[in-house]
Design a binder for this molecule. Structure first.
Ligand code: G3I
Length: 402
């Protein structure tokens, strides 16, 4: 049975919470049954209302969080149901691809802002915050940059690129991913930096230049360093967290304007390392550095799991729940975004053409998945620290505050 044989259509069932828990218990007990899922057995007749007070954005707001998702502009234009779901569930959006350099300036000096403008106009129409993704990255560069960037023009090209985008959207973006994925321990440098085109042409100072330029071009936006592989308790992730922290401390010492860390959270399943103490220590250190934390690209890649829909749903739900239960108590966490809202439009499809990804809050039919429940329940479990009341000081006549 290949996953492509699993028909996903309007009658695809929702997995109830009880069934998910049962499946999770079975999976935890290693009683995996890699057989065709019995859809008839799991069929539910009632549909869950996920609008209004039941929506992710509402549960997030109750715990002082934004909930958002990465957006596909073509789908936003053409798929009304998708557009409706976005504004029903999200209080924040981010463009999945159309703000990347390759999309914005495919030929030098020829800009294509239509898609980014369209998403931002949608966000503003429905009063949703918008993240900007991403200014400086080694990937999604236009061919002319890859071919023509040298040590003599790199700084000038970087600054012009950041100014072009940030000044266009000045004051309208909640937070920019200024530098994306700048570390790669495998490249063997003592500082852990990725040996990318920016490092080769500008040296390690490229990171600092990017943040300073972004601050000047869009002073109101929060400036973020965004990366993957910071989530689990594997030695590799622990090493990546150490490198990122060292980098953040160095940037702070040099008064580089940086406000937040983006923990991408592309969770890979199965993940025996789990989520725990190392991630908690990382969050505490970020708090000490006075950095906000955004969960920027949450999803679960389930294509390595057995061809059993129930088990896959259970594993996705378990991973979302465990991960969010570690990060959400951190008061520095202010936003959670999934990388796509529905498996109708997700990059995870490209990872395994035979599978129907389950690792997002909504499935191909825009029905809530077990992952939806897991995210919402994790929001509900978040304890908000009570605000410390400011001492009231009465001024006597003739006294002043100074
Ligand atoms: O739009 C073109 C299309 O015209 C062309 O025919 C087709 C042929 O391959 O490619 C299409 O572009 C693809 C684009 O996604 C839109 O679908 C690119 O090849 C493909 O490389 C691109 O992948 C994106 C990837 O970033 C690289 O930019 C994924 O959709 C996107 O989900 C992914 O997102 C990244 C984040 O930006 C950073 N963190 C990791 C995350 C997942 O990799």
């Amino acid at each position: 049975m290949r996953r492509r044989d699993i028909a996903i259509n309007a009658s695809t069932p929702l997995i109830t919470r009880r069934r998910v828990l049962t499946s999770a218990a079975a999976f935890a007990g290693h009683t995996l049954v890699c057989s065709r899922p019995s859809f008839a057995a799991t069929k539910q007749s009632s549909r869950i209302d996920v609008s209004g007070r039941n929506a992710l954005r509402t549960h997030a707001a109750a715990k002082h969080l934004f909930f958002g998702a990465a957006v596909n502009p073509k789908a936003l234009r053409e798929d009304e149901d998708y557009a409706r779901l976005l504004r029903q569930q999200c209080s924040m959006l981010v463009a999945e691809n159309c703000m990347k350099w390759k999309a914005i300036e495919p030929q030098q000096g020829q800009f294509q802002f239509d898609d980014a403008d369209f998403i931002l106009a949608f966000a503003e129409k429905y009063k949703l915050k918008m993240r900007g993704h991403t200014l400086i990255w080694h990937d999604a560069l236009p061919a002319w940059v890859e071919a023509g960037m040298t040590s003599s023009n790199a700084r000038q090209w970087m600054i012009a690129h950041i100014q072009n985008i940030c000044e266009r959207y000045n004051g309208r973006i909640h937070s920019w991913d200024v530098v994306n994925e700048a570390i790669r321990p495998e490249d063997g440098r003592p500082d852990g930096l990725r040996n990318n085109i920016w490092l080769r042409t500008m040296g390690p100072e490229y990171i600092e230049t990017a943040f300073r330029t972004a601050r000047a071009a869009d002073p109101a936006a929060l400036l973020t360093y965004n990366d993957w592989g910071l989530e689990d308790e594997s030695p590799q992730n622990e090493e990546r967290r150490r490198i990122v922290l060292t980098m953040m401390r160095r940037l702070r010492q040099r008064n580089v304007p940086i406000d937040a860390i983006g923990i991408q959270a592309h969770l890979n399943l199965p993940n025996p390392a789990g989520y725990g103490a190392g991630l908690q220590r990382f969050l505490a250190s970020l708090k000490e550095l006075d950095l906000q934390v955004f969960i920027t690209e949450l999803d679960a890649d389930d294509h390595r799991l057995p061809d059993n829909m129930e088990l896959r749903d259970a594993e996705v739900a378990k991973a979302f729940g465990q991960f969010l239960d570690i990060v959400l108590p951190g008061p520095a966490v202010t936003a959670v975004l999934t990388w796509g809202l529905t498996s109708r439009y997700t990059w995870l499809r490209d990872r395994d053409h035979n599978s129907t990804p389950r690792g997002l809050p909504f499935d191909d039919n825009l029905e809530p998945t077990a992952g939806f429940n897991a995210i919402r329940d994790a929001f509900d479990r978040r304890r908000i620290q009570p605000a410390v009341p400011k001492p009231i000081t009465l001024l006597r006549p003739g006294q002043s505050w100074r």
